[in-house]
Design a protein around this ligand. Structure first.
Ligand code: PLP
Ligand code: SF4
Length: 340
């Protein structure tokens, strides 16, 4: 398995541009730093939404209480690199690199430059496991970013998965349309098209990430017949307002990207300064539901610790009085509804 060569800006260059960076080397000694020129180019000023997502912050080191792997992904791995939590689907971690190391990453323990991609031996064990478990219908390639693999390596993995009769759906979770949109080439799309039904879930967090290049990347994928979804992480001082999320989900829908999840921040060590309260997330859903196309409204989910799975949560809209439900409309009106 081989990685693509992804362009990056060196920390020195960033420190040179932004003089007030404190403690960068101490943070990057623990949590690696990497940013692509195109993503760094979206920074308009220090401390903006793009900056916060990619520039190391000393608070990462101050957050020591939380667990590196709260979702127990390692414990749920029957073979290295494969997470089997739900009966019918697995996550295959094929890469531990990304063009940008997002500071809020839930796999902070795992992503890092020194690491090699899953080797062929580990991959063979994963393919064997999937082949031996006919209940597995859906395989999700994740990482790191799976599209850090060269087309040839990716093609090898996809061919092997498609050869397993009971695998009907393949999903790729990637932030490339945002972090390195030039990676989405016509050649890549021609390759991916061979493996339908193949879904891509991407990861936009902020409307400023919708650019000419990311639009082009999504268009190429959608034109290859690939259904596109988006997973957003709710991040303090990045996208924790109704206005920002509204602009994001409406923008995504116009790119043929269906907002799929808004994730409550996982309790991952080194990411505490990004966490918002759950009421913030509920407020956002309340601000979206009914106010924008239903297609644009994602599910707000908490991925429970210890691998208990994702649970969708909704604003408190329902009260029961006998067989009458009191439902709150999107305008806040309480309306009785007769149940059986
Ligand atoms: C999120 C996740 C999935 C996929 O969940 P969906 O709700 O089907 O998108 C599968 N396995 C693991 C371990 C996950 O964390
Ligand atoms: S692209 Fe995804 S896996 Fe990579 S650092 Fe960002 S959030 Fe983590």
């Amino acid at each position: 398995m081989r990685y693509i060569k992804s362009p990056q800006i060196t920390p020195n260059k960033i420190s040179h541009i932004f003089e007030e960076l404190v403690g960068l080397p101490s943070v990057t000694a623990v949590y690696p730093f990497r940013v692509s020129p195109s993503y760094a180019g979206l920074i308009q000023k220090q401390g903006d939404a793009i900056w916060r997502q990619c520039i190391p912050d000393v608070r990462e080191l101050e957050d020591t209480e939380q667990c590196a792997d709260p979702l127990a992904e390692t414990a749920l791995s029957p073979v290295p690199g494969l997470i089997h939590r739900y009966p019918d689907r697995v996550v295959l971690l094929v890469s531990n690199r990304c063009p940008v190391y997002c500071r809020f990453c839930m796999r902070k323990r795992h992503v890092g430059e020194g690491d090699a991609p899953l080797d062929t031996f580990a991959l063979e064990r994963a393919f064997e496991y999937i082949s031996a478990h006919p209940a597995i219908r859906d395989v999700i390639l994740s990482g790191g970013d799976p599209l850090m693999l060269e087309d040839e390596s990716l093609g090898f993995i996809l061919r092997r998965l498609r050869a397993i009769r009971h695998v009907s759906i393949i999903r790729i979770g990637t932030r490339m349309p945002v972090t390195l949109p030039e990676r989405i080439t016509p050649e890549l799309c021609t390759l991916l098209k061979l493996f339908h039904p193949l879904y891509v879930n991407t990861h936009f967090n902020h409307p400023d990430e919708i650019t000419l290049l990311s639009v082009r990347a999504c268009n190429l994928l959608a034109d290859a017949g690939i259904p596109l979804g988006n997973q957003t992480v709710l991040l303090r001082d990045v996208n924790d307002s109704v206005e920002t999320m509204k602009e994001l989900v409406i923008g995504l829908l116009s790119l043929r990207v269906k907002p799929y999840y808004i994730h409550q921040m996982d309790l991952v060590r080194g990411t505490g300064h990004f966490r918002t309260s759950v009421s913030t997330g509920l407020e956002i859903i309340r601000g979206l539901r009914g106010h924008v196309s239903g297609l644009a409204v994602p599910q707000y989910v908490i991925d429970l610790p210890n691998g208990k799975g994702k649970v969708p949560i909704l604003p408190d809209i329902c009260e029961r009085k006998g067989n009458v439900l009191i439902l709150r409309t999107y305008l806040g009106e309480l309306v009785p509804y007769l149940d059986l």
